[in-house]
Design a protein around this ligand. Sequence first.
Ligand code: AMP
Length: 307
Amino acid sequence: MFVPKTFLAVGECMVEMAPTGEGTYKMGFAGDTLNTAWYARKCLPDSWSVGYLSAVGQDQVSGRMIDFLKSSGIDTGEMRTLGDRTVGLYLIQLEGGERSFAYWRSQSAARLLAADRAHLEQAMRKAALVYFSGISLAILPESDRKVFLECLKIARSGGTQIAFDPNLRPRLWEDAATMRECVTAAAGLCDFVMPSFEDEFTHFKDATPQESAERYLQAGAGMVVVKNGSEEVVWASDRDFRSFQPGPVPNVVDTTAAGDSFNAAFLATFLAGGDVVASVEAGAALAGRVIQHRGALVPCLEPIGQD
Ligand code: AMP
């Protein structure tokens, strides 16, 4: 029997309420790791399954989230269902053209995604690649973070590849020092570390993307891909340092999910045997298309590679 390889994204998907007019909102679903899973599903061939590991409640909105994942081609077999919790929610607020966000996520079901160690370990071991972010770690209780990192280590020793976007959001952590410490420890367990320089500059005070790459290599990362908006992408491994200039994007309207979509296309190309040049080009090409549209999940992308 043919068993597809699994790209397993782990983290929090939330309900998104986006304004459509005065006092009216459209409900959708989004979250950094979910965005990457969604784009990975579009980029990977059918020989790959894309799964999402998180936790939801048993209520109607949780059911709608699961239906959304399934309808996007994402496998929900590893999702946990908890009777006494529900999913997190955020509201996009517009004031003078500026977007701001209000969150209701402190008691979300996803915070318990690592509470069942046996389940987490088994799901990670079965996957060919596990993808997670700093937000996936930030939302966990401290003891579950340790469990999460232990499970990653065990899965990796069994051959699972690990990919990580630090996605530094200090407000989700108890303090910035804990964030830096935990993100550094996590990066040391990874084959791919894929930060955005703006975050690294702000929270680690790196002077250049090369410095960010160096720091994560020293922590133990296998390879580092530092994105930097319209500037050069820096790729580094212990043997090589390279930089690539993404092509110009004519009409940038919303950079939401630029990094998430870049990561999906980079990893999909690399996992399919592409080299670093092809993988960075695929990442930049997809991100370049996504940012020309509003919202995180841009539905006008099929098939990838053709406009
Ligand atoms: P970021 O996470 O914002 O650094 O962006 C991720 C990727 O999206 C970058 O590496 C670029 O490939 C693409 N990108 C983001 N912003 C821009 C922009 N203003 N112009 C061209 N490409 C961009």
